[in-house]
Ligand binder design. Structure first.
Ligand code: C5P
Length: 320
């Protein structure tokens, strides 16, 4: 069994490494839609320098926008932002679970384990209803992308799945854009539905993620990758969620993000769509994300590749 786990680990890591080797910045194929002009510092990657990846993630400072944050404190739109912090009573937070939406969660029976965590993070419109045995039923926070906030089929302002949970919505804007620019250059205009939602539920903890912090996370990922260029697109919601949560949580269990031997080719546990790109990446720099997540992991291979649980600890401040 341990041999099989080792072989599976190798297969997964090689698949990610191959995907990374294949990323080349060819202007004709790769549109560089976000105008990323980051110049990688050539030399050893951070991976090779043994600088803790958790420090790189913490230093990105992924954060939500609050009412007091400039320039929104001077703009009418900023009045919609919550005054509160992302979580109440952060002193009581000991363990967090991040539930990826991967197809290989199906049949995992991890629901009860997931629900034991103080905070449970989910993504987009990933349901719990009907999937409780595998994914649990507790949801503290949902990280949602701007497509889900915008597209009518998700009905962000009214759908029950987005109620009574903390919301952290994100859109990348442009790489070097100002926050004012973002209001007109967002990939999908998440602002309209965010406003409707906030007016409807003024007491909600619904936040927008600072897009600059999303790109800082991208930079951390590129630093980890060193001279291997990563996709010039924003990180996936899963990785953004990890970076948002880690500063608040001593221990994060990331569920089925690095695929386990349940790997089944399905994109999501809640749909029948077959698409390996959801797991191994095509648009997001997912291969780099998952190699970095593995580098942060403290759990043994059995836990990661048989149970599907990656354990990531907040780094000691002295280490970073
Ligand atoms: O597809 P969606 O973005 O809603 O999924 C939420 C997150 O779960 C993704 O951003 C990604 O980080 C993770 N995921 C994954 N493997 C999949 C599907 C999703 O790692 N097959």
């Amino acid at each position: 069994c341990s041999n099989k786990t080792q072989q599976f680990r190798q297969r997964i890591v090689q698949t990610f490494q191959k995907a990374m080797r294949e990323t080349q910045h060819n202007e004709t194929i790769d549109q560089n839609h976000y105008n990323v002009d980051y110049k990688p510092v050539f030399g050893d990657s951070f991976e090779e320098q043994y600088y803790p990846s958790t420090c790189l993630v913490m230093e990105a400072g992924v954060r939500v926008l609050r009412r007091k944050d400039p320039p929104f404190n001077k703009l009418a739109f900023g009045k919609l932002f919550p005054r509160q912090r992302l979580f109440r009573n952060i002193k009581n937070i000991k363990t967090c679970a991040i539930v990826s939406s991967a197809g290989s969660l199906a049949g995992s029976k991890l629901g009860r384990f997931i629900d034991t965590h103080d905070i449970v993070m989910r993504f987009n419109h990933a349901p719990t209803q009907g999937h409780e045995v595998d994914v649990g039923s507790k949801t503290t926070i949902r990280v949602v992308n701007s497509q889900v906030v915008t597209k009518p089929e998700f009905d962000f302002p009214h759908a029950p799945i987005f109620r009574n949970v903390t919301i952290a919505a994100w859109d990348p804007g442009k790489y070097n854009g100002t926050l004012e620019d973002w209001l007109t250059t967002a990939d999908y205009d998440l602002f309209t539905n965010y406003e409707i939602y906030r007016r409807r539920y003024p007491k909600s903890r619904a936040f927008l993620i600072d897009p600059h912090s999303v790109w800082r996370l991208w930079q951390s990922l590129q630093m980890f990758a060193g001279n291997r260029p990563i996709k010039r697109n924003p990180p996936s919601s899963g990785f953004i969620g990890l970076a948002l949560l880690l500063p608040h949580c001593p221990q994060v269990d990331f569920i089925e993000y690095v695929p386990s031997t349940r790997l089944n080719g399905r994109c999501h546990y809640y749909s029948k769509e077959m698409n390996s790109a959801c797991t191994f990446g095509s648009w997001h720099p997912l291969a780099a994300e998952k190699l970095m997540a593995l580098d942060m992991n403290m759990a043994d291979d059995m836990s990661v590749f048989q149970f599907g649980i990656l354990r990531i600890r907040q780094p000691d401040k002295l280490l970073c």
